[in-house]
Design a protein around this ligand. Sequence first.
Ligand code: SF4
Ligand code: SF4
Length: 90
Amino acid sequence: MSYFINTDCISCSACEPVCPNQAISEGTNIFVIDPAKCTECVGSFKSSQCAEVCPVEACHTDPGHAETKENLLSKWRGLHSGQTPASGTY
Ligand code: SF4
Ligand code: SF4
């Protein structure tokens, strides 16, 4: 399932550059994650980079976007055409 950013976000921007899918952008009041691009970092990293760097623990999985690992890897392949997913990340 994709991640989402809750209202604890202090708009520090630390998460934006670490997302391998360019899924994070600055919203009106807080940063936001595009669920169409978030793969839980499947395909790129073994753990969710946004959640790791966030200083206020504002990044959480979104039960409203439930997806299997296979779904997430398929999404990653769509975003990174012709590339090979990193081993151990899916
Ligand atoms: S979990 Fe990974 S892919 Fe999803 S928004 Fe965070 S850094 Fe990007
Ligand atoms: S790292 Fe956390 S506090 Fe900073 S912009 Fe991202 S979600 Fe917001």
